[in-house]
Design a protein. Structure first.
Length: 511
C-alpha cells in the first residue's frame, strides 16, 4: 500500500475530490453491468448454445453471488481497509469480466458471472463506505453523495444505451470486455489518490457463523424469488427456499445478538432512521427494476424500437435522476429534514409510474412515456441522494463498510423481488387477457394484435402494483426517517466494546 493510503484522523483529505472521480467510475461500472448484459443476452445465448431454461443463470448467477456476499464484503472492507478492498474488488471484477467476454460455453459464462458478483460484493460497499469516511463537511458530503446517487440511479439506464451500441455495432462480448479499461483506470487512480482515515478499521475477529448464515439466507431468498418467476409461487422448491431463508436469517439475527464481534452489529439496522432508509430503498428498487424490464420489452417488441433507440428512450429518466440528485437533493439536504426529500421524492416517482399505467399499444412516446419517465427519474434522484448519505451517517467508522453493504443488500434483494414479483403479475394478467379476447379475433393480424394488447395489459397491471409500492416507500420514509434536525453536530453512537456509549462527531446533515 502506498504512503498516501491513510490520513490522520480529523484532517480533511486533500485528494478527496480526485478520489470521488475513481469511486464514481467504479460505481458506474458495477451499475452499468446490471443492465448492459441484459441487452446482450439474446446474442450470447445463441453463440454459446445456452438453452431457454438455462439463460436466466446469466443474470441469476451474478445476483446470487452479489446479494449473498454483500454483508461479508462490507465486513471485509472494515477489516482489511476500504482502499485495499476497493482495489482488490476492481481487479477481480476486471478478470471475471474478461473471462465472461472470452466464454466458449455456458459453464464458463455462468462461472464468470458468479465471479463478477463475488468481486462486486467486495467493491460496492467499499466504494460507498470510502465516501462516508472521506467526506465529513456537510456541504461537500451533500455534493459527493449527489454525484454518487445520480450515478447509482442513472447508470442502469445508460447501460441500456451502451449495451445496445456494443451489441448492435460490435459484438456481445464487448459488453464484458468494456469493464476491463473501466476497472484498470479506477484501480490505478484509487491506488494513487485515495487516503483512508487511520482509525476506521474494525480489527475484531471475523464472525464465521454470521458469514455462513447470512450468505446462505440471502442466497436462498434471492434464488426463491428468481425461481418463482419461472417455476411459479406454488413450486415446492420455491416454497422450500423461502422457508429455508426465513430460518437461516432468523438464526443469523439470534447469532448476531449474542456474539462479541458480529458480522452485522444490530445497532446498524435497529436505528429507526437507518432502518426506514433500508426498507424504503428496497421497496423503491422493487418498483424500479420491474419497470426497466417492462419498458425495455414494450419499446422493442410492441413499438419495434432497436436496442440503441430503446436505450436513448430512457434518457429522460437519466436526466431526471441527475437533476433530482444533484440540483434538488444535494442543494436541499443541509436545509430540510431528509424525510421531506425522500418521502415527496418517492411520491413524485409514484406519480410518474401512475402515468405509465396508461400505456396502450399505440401510446405516444411524447405524451405518456416522456413525462412519466421524467417524473420517475426526478423523484427517485431526489430521494436516493439523502438516502445514500444518511444510510452511513452517524455509524462508527468501524461499521461504515457493513452499513454500506446494507444499502446495496436492500437494493439487490429489492431488485430480485421486483423482477420476480412484477413479472409474475404481468404474465398472469397477460394470460388472462389473451384467453378472454383471442376468441373474438378474426384472422392472424387480429390475433397478433390481441397478443400485443395482452402484453401491454400485463405490463400496466404490474405497474399499478409498482405505484402502490412506491407510495408505501414514501410513507415509510416520512414516518421512520426522523433521526434529527438540521444543525445537529453529534450523534450518540452504539455501545463500544467496554459497554460505554461513544459520542460520535458527525457532519451537520439533515436527518
Amino acid at each position: 500500500m502506498s504512503q498516501a493510503a491513510v490520513k490522520a484522523p480529523g484532517v480533511p483529505d486533500a485528494g478527496r475530490w480526485n478520489a470521488l472521480v475513481f469511486i464514481a467510475l467504479a460505481q458506474l461500472m458495477v451499475v452499468l453491468d446490471s443492465t448492459i448484459v441484459n441487452i446482450a443476452l439474446p446474442s450470447a445465448q445463441q453463440d454459446l448454445g445456452i438453452s431457454d431454461g438455462n439463460r436466466q443463470w446469466v443474470v441469476t448467477a451474478y445476483a446470487l453471488a452479489f446479494g449473498g456476499l454483500l454483508l461479508f464484503g462490507g465486513r471485509i472492507a472494515d477489516l482489511w481497509g476500504r482502499k485495499r478492498t476497493f482495489v482488490l474488488g476492481l481487479a477481480g471484477f476486471a478478470v471475471a469480466s474478461a473471462l465472461g467476454g472470452a466464454a466458449t460455453n455456458e459453464a464458463m459464462m455462468f462461472g464468470s458471472r458468479a465471479l463478477q458478483g463475488a468481486f462486486g460484493a467486495l467493491l460496492a460497499p467499499a466504494a460507498l463506505s470510502l465516501l462516508a469516511v472521506m467526506f465529513t463537511d456537510a456541504k461537500e458530503r451533500a455534493k459527493a453523495f449527489g454525484i454518487y446517487g445520480a450515478i447509482a440511479g442513472g447508470g442502469a439506464a445508460v447501460g441500456l444505451i451502451l449495451g445496445g451500441f456494443l451489441t448492435e455495432y460490435l459484438d456481445w462480448r464487448w459488453t464484458f470486455f468494456v469493464n476491463v479499461p473501466f476497472a484498470v483506470v479506477a484501480a490505478a487512480g484509487a491506488y494513487l489518490v485515495i487516503r483512508e482515515p487511520q482509525d476506521g478499521r474494525n480489527r475484531s475477529p471475523l464472525d464465521v457463523p454470521g458469514v455462513i448464515l447470512s450468505t446462505l439466507g440471502l442466497v436462498a431468498l434471492v434464488y426463491g424469488f428468481t425461481r418463482a418467476e419461472s417455476a411459479g409461487w406454488s413450486d415446492s422448491l420455491t416454497i422450500g427456499m423461502f422457508v429455508g431463508s426465513a430460518v437461516l436469517l432468523l438464526a443469523f439475527v439470534l447469532v448476531e445478538s449474542r456474539v462479541k464481534a458480529p458480522l452485522l452489529p444490530l445497532r446498524v439496522v435497529t436505528d429507526r432512521s437507518r432502518g426506514g432508509i433500508y426498507l424504503s430503498l428496497g421497496l423503491a428498487i422493487i418498483g424500479m427494476f420491474g419497470l426497466f424490464l417492462f419498458l425495455t420489452y414494450y419499446l422493442q417488441i410492441v413499438k419495434g424500437y432497436s436496442p440503441v433507440k430503446t436505450g436513448f428512450a430512457f434518457l429522460p429518466m437519466v436526466a431526471g435522476m441527475i437533476t433530482g440528485s444533484t440540483q434538488i437533493g444535494a442543494r436541499l439536504m443541509t436545509r430540510v429534514p431528509a424525510r421531506l426529500l425522500m418521502g415527496p421524492g418517492f411520491l413524485v416517482a409514484a406519480v410518474g409510474m401512475l402515468l405509465l399505467t396508461q400505456l396502450e399499444v399505440d401510446t405516444s412516446y411524447a405524451a405518456v412515456l416522456l413525462p412519466g419517465m421524467l417524473l420517475l427519474g426526478l423523484g427517485m434522484g431526489t430521494a436516493f441522494m439523502p438516502a445514500m448519505s444518511l444510510a452511513t451517517q452517524g455509524v462508527e467508522p468501524r461499521d461504515a463498510g457493513v452499513a454500506s453493504a446494507m444499502v446495496n443488500t436492500s437494493q439487490q434483494v429489492g431488485g430480485a423481488i421486483g423482477t420476480a414479483l412484477l413479472n409474475t403479475i404481468a404474465a398472469s394478467a397477460t394470460t388472462t387477457y389473451v384467453a378472454d379476447h383471442i376468441g373474438g379475433a378474426a384472422g392472424r393480424s387480429q390475433q397478433q394484435l390481441v397478443q400485443l394488447e395482452g402484453m401491454v395489459h400485463g405490463y400496466t397491471s404490474a405497474i399499478w402494483f409498482a405505484v402502490g409500492i412506491l407510495a408505501l416507500a414514501g410513507v415509510i420514509a416520512l414516518t421512520f426517517v426522523n433521526a434529527g434536525r438540521p444543525g445537529g453536530t453529534s450523534v450518540t453512537g452504539a455501545r463500544s466494546g467496554d459497554g460505554v456509549e461513544d459520542e460520535l462527531p458527525v457532519p451537520v446533515v439533515a436527518h
